[in-house]
Design a protein around this ligand. Structure first.
Ligand code: ZN
Ligand code: ZN
Length: 254
């Protein structure tokens, strides 16, 4: 019963990641309609009825679009922070568990560690999952790296890491100035350079899968993110890139 993970899609138009040990299937965020989620899950060999739980990171629409309907229609237990719930973006959730942003909890045999992150939402968290001595970190939607994030993600066996924008492309790109400032600011999103700096600072000795995600289609490209990662001063596993339409297929943490 090893940890494995896959993405239904990643980027500013919608995010959803599945974490599984073969018995417990946890969906992290659901930024797609129920119909689209059903289709994308089927590509991974799963149905809505297979889902054990739905974890929400924060209330931005690219993460919650499908959450209320999915929660109501399929009666899936949903976990989120009080701040995320009180943002009132989600409406009535029948099987809601409010979590503390720094207290681990268990879903089946998987331990879930929420990690508070600097992002412009009410009480955003990201998650580290542990099962049988292995750990998988999901880290997107944060504007800066603080010591709490560094401590939580060091030593992970697998990582889904945001590299949202190339700073130059964002600066000369189509976004209005206020949005450029927001994205590049300390409560926005990680740039390619920040993602590389994060990897330089954490212990990556055990890292067997690095997936780069939440890549902006307007302000970044896989080629630019890959070029930035190639500047890393230490050897690392070859990165994979999650895209908006395809996400990425199952990766097993061995
Ligand atoms: Zn997002
Ligand atoms: Zn966000």
């Amino acid at each position: 019963m090893m940890l494995r993970f896959a993405s239904l899609g990643s980027g500013s138009s919608g995010n959803a990641t599945i974490v599984s040990d073969g018995t417990t299937h946890i969906l992290v965020d659901c930024g797609f309609s129920v119909r689209e989620t059903t289709y994308r899950l089927s590509r991974l060999g799963l149905a809505l009825t297979d889902l054990t739980a739905l974890l929400v990171t924060h209330e931005h629409s690219d993460h919650i679009r499908g959450v209320p309907l999915l929660a109501r229609r399929c009666a899936i237990p949903v976990y989120m922070t009080r701040g995320t719930y009180e943002s009132r973006a989600l409406g009535n959730i029948p099987q809601l568990t409010l979590i503390s942003s720094d207290q681990p909890f268990a879903i089946g045999e998987i331990t879930v560690q929420p990690v508070p992150v600097p992002h412009d939402a009410r009480e955003p968290v990201q998650y580290v999952f542990r099962r049988a001595g292995r750990s998988l970190g999901i880290l997107t939607d944060l504007g800066s790296i603080d010591h709490c994030v560094l401590a939580a993600y060091g030593g992970c066996d697998a990582l889904l890491l945001e590299a949202n924008h190339d700073r130059h492309m964002l600066a000369v790109g189509p976004y209005p100035m206020s949005l450029k400032r927001r994205v590049a600011g300390p409560w926005g999103h990680l740039s390619n350079e920040q993602a590389v700096a994060f990897l330089e600072q954490i212990d990556t000795d055990r890292l067997q899968h690095l997936v780069v995600g939440h890549i902006s289609r307007k302000n970044n490209s896989i080629a630019l993110a890959a070029a930035a990662l190639a500047t890393l001063s230490k050897p690392l596993c070859a990165p994979a890139f999650a895209c908006q339409d395809e996400g990425f297929g199952w990766l097993q943490v061995v």
